[in-house]
Design a protein around this ligand. Structure first.
Ligand code: FAD
Length: 456
């Protein structure tokens, strides 16, 4: 009797607990189900779909090298898995546990109809493992992180199975093309293809590359013009590499390695938050923020569009937004600046930015994205940061010598020295680059006035 391996954001063969458990039981049918019928807003964004296409292709090739293959289907997970069990006579379903609310619902539905076994392994610790002294979930990162570290290191990563036995008959599979995951015209993904190699091999190449640089991470991660961070985020999101594999690959105890380990604990923290607050992507963590008078999207339409296109007149913000559009990724420091700019300078609801990132990031992740947007907004269950209004023109020269701006905003590429951070003020703004859409002081006052409506 074959076993079904239900794959979602765990598209790897190494350190894959569900796969190893399935292989032990005999023939395995690996299946990926594209569900475009879920809650509309949470249908996978366009950049993620591009990534998924290539990651599934890579996974299928790796499975075929082991005598197996990937079965692709579309529809509701519980219906598809039940149909596959009927067709193949499969008895059990193995899967890695996921914590997005729609996946938890799907797991409940599947478990009503089939023998579903969920395994851990996409996080350093299963999210609900650590509890505060009073037995509740953590809301604040630092104590959460300390509690996680107590349980570290994670178990050593396990290798991929050398061979997988096939069922007598392979069930029918749709083709990747039928899933229509790639952009049609225009093909906006060429910049992504240049930057990324989706799939498990690409993930391990990134990791190998980073391991040698990890001791400098402490400093280099803040400099957007350098490749100082790991760029593992899309690989980790799609589960092409396990966090345990990342943890164990790092060598030594430099400040860089310690800081990096703390950063990957943020992933676990975000899962812990969405497990406790499943609506975190749409509901303010602090209800007091419900009274904040955001500008309406119709009033702010032109500003939102300028932000998305990287035409705000603030070079560091524009560089980040264009990096995002072209490569599907943005440097963390610049994500903070660009998010703060939308929320505070433009007084636009954080949910507008969260939705744009969801659609355009190759690492778009429900937990990480909503936790970080709410963190910048101050609306989350942790510290209130609304009053900390980042000044883009102060941040910019602090973290960028100008090279990042020159790379991503070609209109400014010829400007030497510090003037590139604020060409307007230096009288060298080219005609094809916009003036600032709002002044810093004016924006700050408007944001703080709006914030006075937030009670408590
Ligand atoms: P590294 O610095 O090398 O960190 C290693 C890994 O740790 C990352 O790959 C990521 O998995 C994790 N990590 C690091 N920082 C964070 C963080 N602050 N929160 C959660 N996990 C973290 N990250 C996403 O993976 N998906 C998102 O949708 C996402 N949205 C964000 C939105 C905003 C407004 C902000 C400010 C940050 C967001 N981040 C998100 C967090 C962070 O910017 C990215 O994880 C990081 O830039 C990815 O680059 P890296 O892999 O080189 O990170």
């Amino acid at each position: 009797k074959p076993t079904l391996l239900w794959l979602r954001r765990d598209l790897r063969l190494r350190d894959q607990a569900a796969l190893l458990a399935a292989v032990e039981e005999g023939p395995v049918i690996p299946v990926y189900i594209l569900d475009d019928h879920g809650p509309k807003y949470r249908i996978m964004g366009a950049a993620s779909r591009w990534w998924l296409h290539h990651s599934l292709a890579a996974l299928d090739a790796a499975l075929r090298a082991r005598g197996s293959r990937l079965i692709l289907r579309r529809g509701k997970a519980a219906d598809v898995l039940a149909a596959l069990a009927d067709e193949s006579g499969a008895g059990r379903v193995h899967a890695i546990a996921h914590y997005e609310p729609w996946w938890r619902n799907a797991e409940r539905d599947v478990a009503k109809r089939l023998d579903l076994v969920c395994h851990d392994g996409n996080y350093l610790l299963p999210p609900a493992t650590v509890k505060t002294g009073s037995g509740g979930p953590y809301k604040i990162f630092t104590p959460f992180s300390r509690a996680v570290v107590e349980h570290m290191p994670p178990p050593a990563p396990r290798p991929a199975p050398a061979h997988m036995s096939a069922p007598d008959h392979w069930p029918k599979s749709e083709t990747l093309d039928e899933c229509s995951l790639l952009p049609t015209k225009p093909d906006w993904a060429t910049g992504m293809a240049e930057e990324w190699t989706p799939g498990e091999e690409g993930a391990h190449e990134r990791l190998d590359d980073f391991v040698d640089k990890a001791s400098d991470y402490d400093e280099a991660r803040n400099l957007p013009s350098q490749e100082g961070s790991s760029r593992l985020s899309p690989h980790l999101h799609f589960g092409e590499i396990s966090p345990a594999a990342v943890w164990h690959a790092l060598r030594g105890r430099s400040a860089g390695v310690t800081t990096f380990r703390t950063e990957i604990i943020w992933r676990d923290y975000a899962q812990n938050i969405i497990l406790t607050y499943p609506d975190y992507g749409k509901a303010n963590g602090k209800a007091a923020f419900d009274t904040l008078p955001w500008r309406s999207t119709s009033e702010a339409r032109a500003d939102i569009s300028a932000w998305k296109k990287g035409l705000t007149g603030y070079p560091i913000v524009d560089a980040g937004m264009r990096q995002l559009w072209t490569s599907g990724w943005m440097h963390n420091r610049v994500r903070m600046i660009a998010a703060s700019f939308l929320i505070k300078h433009l007084l636009v609801d954080w949910r507008v930015g969260e939705a744009w990132f969801w659609d355009t990031l190759v690492d778009a992740d429900y937990g990480n994205n909503s936790v970080n947007w709410q963190w910048v907004a101050g609306s989350g269950v942790d510290a209130n940061m609304f009053g900390r209004i980042m000044a883009p023109l102060v941040q910019s020269p602090k973290f960028d010598a100008g090279d990042y701006i020159r790379q991503w905003v070609p209109e400014l590429a010829h400007i030497q020295g510090d003037a590139v951070h604020d060409p307007d003020a230096h009288g060298c703004r080219p005609a094809d680059y916009p003036a600032k859409i709002i002044g810093h002081r004016e924006a700050r006052e408007r944001a703080l006035a709006a914030y006075r409506h937030v009670k408590g």
